[in-house]
Design a protein around this ligand. Structure first.
Ligand SMILES: CSC[C@H]1O[C@H](OP(=O)(O)O)[C@H](O)[C@@H]1O
Ligand SMILES: Nc1ncnc2[nH]cnc12
Length: 291
């Protein structure tokens, strides 16, 4: 049995959380560069927690320049076992209204200008992302949100776009009508794929801020409206987070869905052909399987 450590990746509007005992902002170095910011560590309601603002405090990084690999590596290096990503999203569904939260369980990845893997020449690995989020962790988020009085939706497909511009009307309609997506954002990919490679359980909570541009009564996306909705959402996000420790507990069994064993049969490169320099960089991510 291992000890639980909760990692929260806070999206737009969520740059810190309160109530951590022994809170301190820590600098973490990784072989993939610096994470988005220092990481706030401490203990929340009896369980160790690490909080990382995805865009950095003051919103420094754009969705394309967020150092996704460094962020996931830094959380893993600190001992995080369970990552909850909290993200501002547009909605493609009338019934997923601004102010509601969605526990996302699928993604369509339309990003193209980002590093998407820790692996590559000299150590090739292929993990499954058929089920890219952890159902156990998603269920805890759903319960925590409902306990906090938030309107929660169980399951949804997140369209990850490159940005930073919002979608055209034609794109918005295509994602909604032809592709059956539920929400849209710019950051959960490659974050979710990298978390799987790092053998971390990952759940994604979408905080709905707008109806993207498809909705005839709402017109185009307006970032000032998004920020207004975000201000209300951020407090709800914190309320959800404060309920997670009681639901996840201090001790942790192996993930029933195998997230923490994703690399077991994934590495294809023969031991004698592996690149020592890449193996050294993989110390935190794949140390369990490579050492
Ligand atoms: C503030 S509008 C667009 C911005 O908000 C979302 O960020 P995050 O996913 O980190 O909450 C979206 O992905 C864009 O980066
Ligand atoms: N409509 C939208 N499209 C992409 N990212 C978003 N983040 C918040 N609203 C969004």
């Amino acid at each position: 049995m291992t000890k639980t450590m909760i990692g929260i990746i806070g999206g737009s509007g969520l740059y810190e959380i309160d109530g951590l005992k022994d809170a301190q902002w820590q600098s973490v170095e990784t072989p993939w560069g610096a994470p988005s910011d220092q990481i706030l560590t401490g203990v929340l309601n009896g369980v160790p927690m690490a909080f990382l603002p995805r865009h950095g405090r003051g919103h420094v990084h754009s969705p394309s320049t967020v150092p996704y690999r460094a962020n996931i590596d830094a959380l893993k290096r600190l001992g995080v076992t369970d990552v909850i990503a909290i993200s501002a999203c547009g909605s493609f569904r009338e019934d997923m209204a601004p102010g509601d939260f969605v526990v996302v369980d699928q993604f369509i990845d339309r990003t193209f200008a980002r590093e998407k893997s820790f692996f590559g020449t000299g150590c090739v690995a292929h993990v499954s992302v058929a089920h890219p989020t952890c159902p156990r962790l998603g269920a805890a988020c759903l319960e925590a949100g409902r306990d906090a009085g938030i309107t929660m939706h169980n399951g949804g497909t997140y369209l990850a776009m490159e940005g930073p511009q919002f979608s055209t009307l034609a794109e918005s309609k295509m994602y909604r009508e032809s592709w059956g997506c539920d929400v849209i954002g710019m950051t959960n990919m490659p974050e979710a794929k990298l978390a799987r490679e790092a053998e971390l359980c990952y759940a994604s909570v979408a905080m709905i801020t707008d109806y993207d541009s498809w909705h005839p009564d709402h017109g185009e996306v307006d970032v000032t409206e998004i920020i207004k909705t975000l201000m209300g959402n951020a407090d709800k996000g914190r309320a959800l987070v404060s309920r997670l420790p009681a639901l996840l507990g201090t001790d942790r069994d192996p993930c029933p869905h195998g997230c923490d064993r994703a690399l077991e049969y994934a590495i294809l490169t023969a031991p004698d052909k592996r690149d020592p320099a890449l193996l050294a960089k993989l110390d935190a991510i794949a140390g369990r399987i490579l050492s």
